[in-house]
Design a protein around this ligand. Structure first.
Ligand code: ATP
Length: 354
């Protein structure tokens, strides 16, 4: 049995269903992210695990114990919210010690555990400072130390990095992962940032309108999204709507009179399908030398790569190429687009994902 499990958990607010029939099994030590657009039910799910919101239906169990209706303090989980509200009149060490005092841990053990927790988040030198004397990232680390010091069975993080600027946020993502690996605490993080979910997690749970629609390792989620929403929400992609044509040697999707061949599962001739191809899976070549011709509509330099939009007979397609230190085709240039058929994913709802 999984360490933490949710079985058919739902939450209704009046007549509105915020979370619907969620099933999730999390193993000890896993780092799992709940990812989805605003209002899809991520925070409600996390709060049901924390015990701050009571499920309308279903069962939540932790280490074999039914905790569905248990009070939050009895669950003893570590929680870090977006507004990580440190006590302003307490020093860093006092903030971190707070949970241990509440649990009546003796002074000597408390001091030692606070010391360890601050070393873990690399803030040993800041023990006597007050929150106002810290940067945003340092405050964030204090909040994490404060949650971890009680050695919770599960750490719950709700958008913990969303108050930080882009660079600090990226640093803290690495930091969070490093700390979690070191301590091994089972961690569940809510985020609406797909890059963050992909980079930190062992598994990502995608939620849409209260339901979990895919639970997978980051790489699989990116490479084998189970529907069109996920393929464009998790990373960028080009979606092409067409009709499946099943021929002798060549099967594929017919789009605007062009047959895009792809190795695919069993799909009946004439089925409407959507194809997805990632911008980085498309190669730019000379006009006439690829599978499709087009014209560069716009070009953006992103440092490590170039991002192109290309007008083609199939519509505007986005292409990204690594920056090799040479200037690529200018806006208005005719270009060819090429790809390996294996990189075209069939993601129509009525067809199995390729
Ligand atoms: P965000 O990323 O914007 O925080 P979320 O995915 O975390 O969104 P939730 O906060 O879980 O979404 O909310 C899910 C849905 O439930 C939303 O439509 C929200 O308006 C609704 N909801 C949440 N709490 C309540 C409540 N106490 N009463 C009524 N509706 C609620």
């Amino acid at each position: 049995m999984a360490f933490l499990s949710l079985e058919r958990v739902s939450k209704e607010f009046g007549t509105f269903t915020a979370v619907c029939d969620v099933d999730l099994a999390i193993e000890k030590g896993e780092f799992v992210s709940l990812l989805g657009p605003s209002g899809c039910g991520k925070t409600t799910t996390l709060q049901m695990i924390a015990g701050l919101v009571e499920p309308t239906k279903g069962r939540i169990s932790l280490d074999g114990r039914d905790i569905t209706h248990e009070k939050p303090n009895r669950r003893g989980l570590g929680v870090v919210f977006q507004s990580y509200a440190l006590f302003p009149h307490m020093t860093v060490a006092q903030n971190v010690a707070f949970g241990l005092e509440m649990r009546r841990i003796p002074q000597a053990e408390r001091t030692e555990r606070v010391r360890e927790a601050l070393a873990l988040v690399q803030l040993s030198a800041f023990a006597d400072r007050y929150p106002r004397q810290l940067s945003g990232g340092q405050r964030q680390r204090v909040a994490i130390a404060r949650a971890l010091v009680i050695a919770p069975p599960v750490l719950l993080l709700d958008e913990p990095l969303s108050n930080l600027d882009a660079k600090l946020r990226e640093e803290m993502q690495f930091e969070l992962r490093r700390i979690q690996r070191k301590v091994g605490t089972t961690t569940i993080m809510v985020t609406h940032d797909q890059a963050e979910a992909l980079s930190i997690s062992d598994r990502v749970v995608v939620m849409e309108s209260g339901r979990m629609t895919q639970v997978d390792a980051p790489y699989r989620l990116y490479e084998q999204p189970s529907n069109a929403f996920i393929s464009s929400f998790v990373g960028k992609t080009n979606l092409l709507a067409g009709t499946w044509r099943r021929g002798g040697a060549s099967s594929g999707a017919e789009i605007g009179g062009v047959l895009l061949e792809t190795p695919a599962p069993e799909i009946a001739d004439g089925t409407p399908v959507t194809l997805s191809i990632r911008p980085e899976k498309i190669l730019l070549c000379d006009a006439g030398a690829g599978r499709l011709d087009g014209r560069v509509a716009s070009r953006f330099f992103l440092g490590s790569q170039w991002l192109f939009t290309v007008e083609t007979p199939l519509g505007i397609m986005t292409v990204s190429i690594p920056n090799h230190g040479e200037e690529p085709p200018a806006e208005g240039s005719p270009v060819g687009l090429d790809w390996s058929p294996a990189n075209l994913r069939v993601i129509a709802d009525n067809a199995a994902a390729a």
